[in-house]
Design a binder for this molecule. Structure first.
Ligand code: SF4
Ligand code: SF4
Ligand code: SF4
Length: 343
């Protein structure tokens, strides 16, 4: 791997070639305030919070848009930098609802983190408030644009990562906002409810409807389809309350689709089958697997050849699906084999 070495706040920092100054600093444990940066997205330079001084460069470049190269000398904490960051944060806070105690992003809010880092102790500007209704049309998450800081992480994630492009910026100036085509509710847009925008929103503008925070996490693999995305289930007691993608998984690098991210209510659902049911005297009653398989085997004999069909599962491994089609063709005598590619 090609490496570059630069100096940040007097400290020699070595990192892989091609990264930005901001990423080189963050990787080295040097925090530079930022809101629009996301390691999965192209640099955007919208929030102007990651400005730095770089020897030989005019002005205060946004460190997310400057490639880290050998010999750069960067200063992150000069008075000019601090002044720009302070004004940028004050402008955001002046227009932000003060609902921190009840906000779903509380404890994990990017805006509070930058405000605290910059050292804001009061807001000098006149308080304003955008009056947007909360969009709760999506079954899995809320969209509260009054809290939006216009970082564009949701827009870029939807375009660059998911490839859907359900949202984009609309209008200009103070009216600028994230909108669907025609400014319709999310449920009436092209949105696929994958939640990739939700996990990237640095504030409480996009938040899951399920609010409970987990007390521990369990590393696992999504049970829905053969892609096998890595994930962490957030658990509270014995109840699954959250899901997050495993960024270390070589399969999905942290990304999840709507099923993996939001389709896990079945795990703790009271109607979930935990034992086979066999109909006796017109009623479904719990049975052992041996009893259930005996019933299936005896009934299959009543439907020879193409009178029957086998439906496999995308949740099962390839080997199990192979065995099912082999069983259908060789034992049941039918080529009627299908599987639920999409659940
Ligand atoms: S949930 Fe997914 S598809 Fe919908 S807007 Fe967000 S990123 Fe786009
Ligand atoms: S909704 Fe969230 S992610 Fe999207 S632009 Fe606003 S603050 Fe950024
Ligand atoms: S259902 Fe979605 S999250 Fe689960 S393994 Fe398949 S693609 Fe990944």
């Amino acid at each position: 791997m090609d490496l570059v070495t630069l100096t940040i706040d007097g400290q020699k920092v070595t990192g892989p070639k091609g990264k930005s100054v901001l990423e080189a600093a963050l990787d080295a444990g040097i925090y530079i305030p930022n809101l629009c940066h996301d390691p999965d997205l192209k640099p955007f330079g919208a929030c102007r919070l990651c400005v730095v001084e770089i020897e030989g460069m005019r002005g205060l470049p946004a460190s997310c848009t400057v490639t880290a190269t050998d010999g750069l000398t960067v200063r992150t904490d000069g008075p000019k930098v601090h002044q720009v960051q302070k004004v940028a944060v004050e402008l955001l806070l002046a227009d932000h609802p003060m609902e921190c105690l009840t906000c779903a992003a509380s404890g994990n809010c990017g805006l509070l983190r930058v405000a605290s880092h910059v050292g804001i102790d009061h807001i000098r500007l006149k308080k304003t408030q955008r009056d947007y209704p909360i969009d709760d049309s999506n079954p899995f998450f809320y969209r509260d644009l009054a809290k939006c800081v216009l970082c564009a992480r949701c827009v870029r994630a939807c375009q660059e990562v998911v490839g859907v492009g359900a949202i984009d910026f609309a209008h200009r100036g103070y009216q600028r906002k994230v909108a669907t085509f025609g400014d319709r509710p999310l449920a009436e847009s092209r949105c696929e409810s994958c939640g990739e925008c939700v996990v990237r929103c640095p504030v409480g503008a996009l938040v899951p409807k399920r609010r409970a925070k987990p007390s521990r996490e369990v590393k696992t693999v999504c049970a829905y389809c053969g892609v096998g995305c890595g994930m962490y289930l957030g658990v509270r007691g014995n109840t699954v309350v959250s899901v997050r993608g495993d960024r270390q998984s070589p399969v999905n690098h942290g990304l999840l689709c709507v099923k993996g991210r939001f389709g896990n209510d079945f795990i703790n659902h009271p109607d979930r089958l935990t034992t086979p049911l066999v109909r006796k005297d017109g009623e479904l009653r719990p049975a052992t697997w041996d009893e259930a398989l005996d019933v299936v085997a005896s009934r299959l004999k009543e439907y020879p050849g193409d009178a029957s069909a086998a439906i496999a599962s995308a949740k099962a491994p390839n080997e199990d699906n192979y065995v099912i089609q082999k069983f259908a063709r060789a034992v049941m005598g039918t080529n009627n084999v299908d599987h639920c590619a999409r659940l």
